[in-house]
Design a protein around this ligand. Structure first.
Ligand SMILES: *Cc1c(COP(=O)(O)O)cnc(C)c1O
Length: 383
């Protein structure tokens, strides 16, 4: 037997977790669209239902709890993240909330980054506060800000490794050490980078999650969340997902299984394209500033060079001189890059952000770089 854990990220993305289907010898994992699984007899009922309740893998009894297509995706994600286990949720918000709720209860406190995906922020501010789970939000690029907020009941530190939308890069290793010194767990959302560019578990994060809707799936056709870590912590995540109802359909799990196979290639091409666009934008007189971790001008560029050896990712943001009105003219002149929310798609997407007087966020895709550059030039010439 080969040891999947020794493979490179590209091999893991393509081959890890794959098992030839035992009934048909189908090479690819079939879509097991079934809600339930029949028992041969009372003995198998007793054995399988007891094992399923104890979260032992491959004991299928009901698809909210475990499904063979979803299980194949769990194995692949665990291999990519270098973790013992992984759990799949209905979408990225499922991953954020199941991970946090698996570690927090009323009366607990957690520290969160001040820059994060807007729906995650709304969830923490509206829902957690209502259930008596308090938090502080700080700029985590300065460790002293975090250090100052620990309380005796602080259970979790939560951050996005490369934050949405301002692309702040977090020193996962240093923050993990700080969290552990205070008896807290570090939960990170690594959606903006993907496991082919960084595996935060090796840097000390306890739980790593992604909106797999984005890079991991990569084709803009399935919502999915993934959470990874130790088997013990993942079982707690599974309990939350099972009880609160965040399971994925077998079809969507299969779409992600199909999409993730090209993750390594997509992540590398998107990184190359984004670096080229960021470098170009920085030379343009209409541009006030560009934020991209691969640029020398990025505030954490030195840290980015230490952490990101496989590429700086496909996400970049920039601000035009003239702000929101100029952004509108730029966006409307584009013909290739789509004005649509979401990110991590194989095709480039742009999202105009209202705050900051118009910040342009681009999820750079894998198109030919000359076509992307021509589109950016088209947008700028409309100003
Ligand atoms: C999109 C996103 C989410 C939420 O993911 P969904 O799959 O849309 O629910 C969470 N975190 C980050 C950083 C995201 O970009």
């Amino acid at each position: 037997m080969h040891d999947e854990r020794q493979w490179g990220q590209a091999t893991k993305a393509i081959r890890a977790g794959l098992r030839v289907d035992p009934t048909t010898r189908a090479l690819n994992t079939p879509i097991y669209e079934t809600t339930t699984f029949a028992y041969e007899d009372m003995a198998s009922y007793e054995r399988i239902s007891a094992a399923a309740l104890a979260w032992q893998p491959d004991n299928f009894f009901y698809s909210r709890t475990q499904n063979p297509t979803t299980a194949a995706l769990e194995r692949k994600i665990a291999a990519l993240e270098g973790t013992e286990d992984a759990a799949i949720t209905a979408c990225g918000m499922g991953a954020v909330n199941m991970a946090l709720l698996s570690q927090l209860k009323t009366g607990d406190h957690f520290i969160a980054s001040d820059d994060m995906f807007v729906v995650s922020r709304l969830s923490l501010e509206d829902i957690y506060t209502r259930y008596g789970i308090e938090h502080d939000m700080v700029d985590m690029t300065d460790l002293d800000n975090i250090r100052a907020k620990f309380r005796p009941n602080t259970k979790v530190v939560y951050l996005e490794v490369l934050s949405n939308p301002h692309l702040k890069l977090m020193d996962v290793q240093a923050i993990a050490r700080l969290a552990h010194e205070h008896g807290a767990k570090l939960i990170v959302d690594n959606t903006f980078l993907s496991p082919c560019l960084l595996q935060p578990y090796a840097l000390g994060a306890d739980i790593v999650l992604h909106s797999a809707t984005k890079y991991i799936s990569g084709h803009g056709d399935a919502l999915c969340g993934v959470v990874s870590g130790s088997k013990e912590l993942m079982d707690r995540v599974r309990v939350m997902a099972d009880r609160l109802g965040s399971h994925i359909s077998a079809f969507d799990a299969w779409l992600v299984l199909r999409g993730v196979r090209t993750l390594s290639m997509r992540a590398h091409t998107a990184s190359e394209n984004a670096l080229a666009l960021a470098r170009y934008l920085e030379t343009c007189p209409q541009v006030e500033y560009v934020r991209y971790p691969g640029l020398e001008s990025h505030p954490q560029h030195a840290l980015a060079q230490e952490m990101l050896h496989q590429g700086f990712g496909g996400m970049l943001a920039f601000h035009l001189k003239g702000g929101y009105a100029e952004m509108g003219r730029f966006v409307d002149a584009l013909q290739l890059i789509s004005n649509a929310t979401s990110l991590g798609d194989v095709g480039s997407l742009l999202y105009p952000i209202h705050s900051d007087d118009g910040l342009v966020r681009i999820s750079v895709g894998c198109e030919s770089i000359d076509d992307l550059l021509a589109d950016i030039k088209r947008g700028l010439s409309a100003l």
